[in-house]
Design a protein around this ligand. Structure first.
Ligand SMILES: Nc1nc2c(ncn2[C@@H]2O[C@H](COP(=O)(O)OP(=O)(O)O)[C@@H](O)[C@H]2O)c(=O)[nH]1
Ligand SMILES: [Mg+2]
Length: 226
């Protein structure tokens, strides 16, 4: 297979699609609200894409990177600090949803369960949810706790796509290996989208492609042919 992470993703979206996506995410994106209970969700009147993953995997940083605003979604070093479902509105046409992280080490099991239940309840019952981006640390690949999340998404039949984060922390060839291993691991999973995007919120790697993936998922731009 190909030798580096760039070439894994190269050529999928044409220049026009990438430019449309760039312009879309350059429009104002604002924090809408945080929900602490399923009864407090905003009405499902806009398409949503959600970002899920282990605590500290880089969800908030990725959302900030996508919209080019450092402080929008709170990014922190403290695992488990984001305990709400946070909603952001892009261009008044799309909501980005920052889900509570799973796999906490530093909160009690019951508290962790509550956050997970909130995330799960959202994932199971959201009619306007178009796709979940499941974030995986490029250095580690899929872990058991991630596989539990994939199982839950497969059972709920929610379309999800895997996004590798922190790709700047390892060599491109190693990123490509994780991409390949991840594609293999999801090949038979019914709700898994058969592409993996490697990103670095820090360096901007993969963000143009991910912006285009998101717009294609919500049908603002056409799906690529690849
Ligand atoms: N080197 C590097 N660090 C990152 C990247 N994305 C996130 N981080 C760091 O990882 C930590 C957790 O990120 P955060 O976005 O808060 O993760 P969250 O808990 O999933 O929202 C922070 O210290 C970030 O600065 C990345 O692309 N590259
Ligand atoms: Mg966060």
């Amino acid at each position: 297979m190909s030798g580096d992470a760039e070439s894994v993703q190269a050529g999928l979206f044409d220049a026009e699609a990438l430019e449309t996506a760039r312009v879309f995410f350059a429009h104002p994106v604002s924090f809408m609200m945080g929900a602490v209970a399923i009864s407090g969700l905003p009405s499902p009147d806009l398409p949503e894409v959600a970002f899920a993953g282990r605590s500290n995997v880089g969800k908030s940083s990725l959302i900030n990177g996508l919209v080019g605003r450092h402080g929008l979604a709170r990014a922190s070093n403290e695992p488990g600090r984001t305990r709400e479902i946070n909603f952001f509105v892009a261009d008044e046409r799309l909501r980005l949803v920052d889900l509570p992280g799973y796999g906490f080490a530093r909160v009690s099991r019951t508290t962790a369960d509550q956050f997970q239940n909130l995330g799960r309840a959202y994932l199971r019952g959201r009619p306007n949810l178009k796709r979940v981006y499941l974030l995986i640390d490029a250095r580690h690949g899929l872990k058991d706790v991630d596989k539990e999340a994939l199982d839950a998404l497969d059972v709920a039949a929610v379309s999800y796509q895997i996004v590798l984060t922190k790709a700047d922390k390892i060599k491109p060839a190693e990123v490509a290996e994780t991409v390949e291993a991840t594609l293999k691991a999801i090949a038979r999973r019914p709700a898994a989208f058969p592409r993996v995007v490697a990103t670095s919120a820090e360096k901007g790697l993969g963000l143009p492609e991910l912006r285009a993936e998101i717009l294609a998922a919500v049908e603002i731009i056409p799906a690529p042919l690849g």
